[in-house]
Design a protein around this ligand. Structure first.
Ligand SMILES: [Zn+2]
Ligand SMILES: [Zn+2]
Length: 142
């Protein structure tokens, strides 16, 4: 590009103002091309997941999640033992043999915020077949 060689243009392009203007233009472009933007983000995400860095990050977050999960189960078990929490029948089918599901995650604030589901419906819920918040089956389940 000929104009790129113009030192004034080049200075502008490298300035904070120029960078901000380019970022704004990029945002505008992405807003007006949502399909293309999503496709590009998917490619970038896939490439990141396949990279060494992406794999390490995924392993780290999985490890952190399973740590939090283990901790949460410990807290739930203790709460059950102390009577602070009572296991309830599966909210979907009423089966008495249930597992605690954490609809709001394993954050310490929500650790006793549990929903009771039998192993089948717990599995289904994690596959997205049961509404995560009410525990009621969605239409796909019915
Ligand atoms: Zn069930
Ligand atoms: Zn769960």
């Amino acid at each position: 590009m000929a104009e790129w060689k113009d030192p004034a243009v080049q200075r502008y392009a490298q300035s904070e103002k120029g960078k901000a203007a380019r970022a704004r233009a990029q945002k505008r472009y992405e807003a007006s091309h949502p399909e293309e933007t999503r496709a590009r983000q998917r490619v970038r995400a896939a490439r990141y997941h396949q990279s060494e860095r992406g794999r390490l990050a995924a392993a780290r977050s999985a490890a952190a999640k399973s740590e939090a999960q283990k901790h949460a189960y410990g807290v739930v078990r203790a709460a059950l033992d102390s009577g602070r929490l009572t296991a309830e029948p599966c909210v979907v089918c009423g089966s008495a043999k249930t597992q605690a599901h954490h609809p709001n995650g394993y954050d310490p604030r929500h650790v006793l915020d549990v929903m009771w589901l039998c192993s089948l419906h717990h599995k289904r819920l994690h596959r997205g077949l049961v509404d995560g918040h009410t525990g009621l089956p969605d239409t796909a389940y019915r």
